[in-house]
Design a protein around this ligand. Structure first.
Ligand code: WT7
Length: 657
């Protein structure tokens, strides 16, 4: 079956960096030409330029046993040394590494010299507890400096961290601890979220209750000061740190030494432990962080709003920025606590110049209205980034106009937990951007869009996104399950003509190439609908719906339909200010006509349900699977990963109205 995606949205707006911006950027078009000549050599150059190698590598890439890649295999480095000591040795010890802002308003900062000392002490604490290279350490912490310190301390001694997002339950924690056989858990009594204390220690206690776990000790950071249950294995972080030596010489580890495992959900089964290693991962993160965002470590204040519990927090809070010696903001809480202007207040306070966040946040701010950010001085911002899901052109334009003062470049960065680093993105100082498009592979990355037979779809067509060559930050496997690694990512195109030059990495995303060959992400392929033999993207219809002035948010699913195969079913949240003006019936009529007019009659939703809220995971992803259940009249499936597990009840009752 050939993939044919009807893309009838016409986006013709273009935004080149201003001449002043372009003149000061370090990135040059030469990066692309260099990389095209030979991607592996290009990455070897980057690895040598951007990192310190205790032992230089002589081999660049071993791809003789695909899909198991080895990068810079005979080289040795220490990841934490690259993120810390070398900046101090280069005379930048007094530069601020972290400006920490707690949700209740407490703040503290760490220079590179101070952060280095903290990590050295923490490394000694881990060694004192018997943790050795290769051991797994689970990190279950709020967004506080100790999370960064823990990750770097684990990396420093050549151990492997498995960070588990603080919003996950005891059960998820337990299964992740068990899967990796972690020997130590680093946690806190709790953290602050939405103006309240959110406890963490009880979940660790529950996860380790049965006493047959691999965990020997639990280090507990005191953050909130509430009472905690105390067990023999527990140790206060502060007690251990107080007596720990400040001296620790970083030892070199092989480039392919595992750095971390991070669990992510697939379409089926238990979450997969995505495995990343050291040298290649750090190289691509340092490179992309510098060039995508036009980073100037001496002057920029960078802020990535992601939690360290997700890959974005690993790559673009911890490893990329610190490898580059950047100054950054770390914020503990939620955007609306204690008031809806909190983020903008933080940007004003620290004069943040680069902001990296997610479309779901941008759309929430849109819903609240521009008068909130407009109360703050956001003039320090010079680059804006987006990640996590397709950003619809309306949100992109709002981000640029309202947050970016109509001046800042926006980089929409496509990548995944599995890719480790940004793969498709504009470069802030070079690329003429298009609202809603991730656009071009970063230098050194080769991407294609293929039909089901592995044939290149050609400009103007849609298909499946693949990575055609191994890349330095690629996952090295799924922890303990090499077969699942092959099946999930590499089997899809095996034997097709497209794979004749080597295996193709199947990302699971649909994409379209426009007439310039630029890439537009269309959402996961499981979210691509087939209506009367036409393929339609949920993202595209959602984008059309939210482009209408009535709509605040929209989610679209393909629901089984007897006549058309699938039918488009939309769930929309109406803007507060509009909800009173028109009747539900009128709104539904207006929106159906609007989609038909913007995209074509084929895309007109069969049903539109007006709801108060959409079902979202704790990381803000809309769970369309649940909406599909509701739209198809089935019992709604597993809701445990929702931020608010009651939301589906409300939605199904609102659908009956
Ligand atoms: C999936 C990966 C990468 C860090 C956060 C998510 C979607 C991610 C974009 C983007 C369109 C995007 C894809 C991808 N995605 N960034 N800029 N445009 N879609 O990591 O949880 O591993 O999710 O997020 O569908 O496959 P993740």
């Amino acid at each position: 079956m050939t993939v044919k995606i009807d893309t009838l949205l016409h986006e013709s707006r273009r935004f080149a960096p201003t001449p002043e911006f372009a003149a000061q950027t370090a990135a040059t078009p030469g990066l692309y030409t260099e990389a095209q000549k030979d991607p592996a050599t290009f990455w070897a150059d980057q690895a040598r330029n951007l990192l310190h190698w205790h032992k230089p590598f002589t081999k660049t890439l071993d791809w003789t046993n695909p899909p198991f890649a080895k990068w810079f295999e005979d080289g040795e480095l220490n990841v934490a040394y690259n993120c810390l000591d070398r900046h101090v040795l280069a005379g930048n010890g007094d530069r601020v590494a972290l400006y920490f802002e707690g949700e209740p308003g407490d703040s503290r900062s760490y220079t590179y010299a101070e952060l280095t000392t903290e990590v050295k002490k923490a490394a000694n604490v881990l060694l004192g507890l018997g943790v050795t290279a290769g051991d797994r350490v689970a990190v279950y912490l709020p967004m506080i400096p100790e999370a960064v310190i823990s990750m770097l301390a684990v990396a420093r001694i050549g151990a492997v961290h498995s960070v588990i997002f603080g919003g996950f339950s005891a059960e998820s924690l337990r299964s992740r601890i068990d899967d990796a056989n972690a020997v130590l858990v680093i946690t806190a009594d709790g953290g602050y979220r939405k103006g309240k204390i959110s406890a963490l220690k009880p979940a660790v206690d529950a996860a380790l209750q049965s006493n047959d776990s691999s965990v020997k000790n639990v280090l507990v950071v005191k953050r909130t000061g509430q009472d905690v249950q105390w067990n023999d294995r527990d140790i206060w972080w502060s007690d251990a740190m107080e007596t720990a030596s400040r001296e620790h010489e970083a030892q070199a580890f092989p480039a392919e030494n595992p750095l971390f495992i991070l669990y992510t959900s697939g379409t089926t089964g238990a979450p997969k432990g995505i495995l990343h290693t050291s040298g290649g991962y750090l190289t691509q993160n340092a490179f992309t962080h510098q060039n995508v965002f036009d980073l100037k470590p001496e002057t920029d204040v960078y802020w990535c709003t992601a939690d360290v519990g997700w890959i974005t927090g690993h790559s673009y809070v911890v490893y990329g920025p610190l490898a580059n010696g950047a100054t950054q903001v770390l914020y503990e809480g939620t955007p609306d606590s204690p008031h809806t202007g909190r983020w903008w207040e933080i940007i004003e306070k620290y004069k943040v110049s680069i902001l990296y966040t997610a479309p779901t946040a941008i759309r929430t701010f849109m819903k609240l209205g521009r008068q909130i950010p407009q109360k703050f001085d956001l003039s320090s911002l010079r680059v804006l980034g987006s990640v996590g899901e397709p950003i619809n052109p309306e949100a992109w334009m709002w981000y640029r106009e309202v947050i970016g003062g109509n001046l800042t470049p926006i980089v929409d960065t496509w990548w995944q937990t599995e890719t480790g680093s940004i793969m498709v993105s504009a470069l802030a100082g070079l690329t003429e951007t298009k609202p809603g498009a991730a656009q071009v592979p970063v230098p050194g990355i080769t991407i294609d869009v293929l039909d089901d037979d592995g044939q290149h779809v050609g400009h103007g067509n849609g298909g499946l996104l693949v990575v055609t060559q191994p890349w330095p930050a690629m996952l090295r496997g799924i922890w303990g399950d090499p077969e699942r690694f092959k099946e999930t990512y590499w089997d899809k195109f095996e034997g097709t003509t497209g794979a004749k030059d080597g295996p193709l990495y199947f990302a699971g995303d649909g994409a379209r190439l426009d007439h310039d060959g630029d890439i537009w992400l269309l959402g996961r392929v499981d979210d691509v609908m087939n209506v009367s033999g036409h393929r339609l993207s949920t993202a595209e219809i959602e984008s059309s719906l939210v482009a209408h002035s009535l709509t605040a948010e929209a989610a679209v699913v393909g629901a089984a339909d007897e006549t058309t195969g699938q039918a488009v079913v939309a769930f929309v949240v109406i803007k507060f200010s509009q909800a009173e003006i028109a009747s539900h019936e009128d709104i539904v009529g207006i929106l159906r006509a609007h989609v038909a007019q913007q995209i074509g009659a084929i895309a007109r939703p069969r049903d539109i349900y007006i709801v108060d809220e959409l079902p979202k995971t704790r990381s803000g992803k809309i769970m369309r699977r649940l909406l599909r259940d509701a739209a198809e009249g089935r019992d709604v499936g597993d809701v445990t990963t929702l931020a608010d597990t009651m939301v589906m009840n409300t939605i199904t009752s609102q659908m009956k109205k």
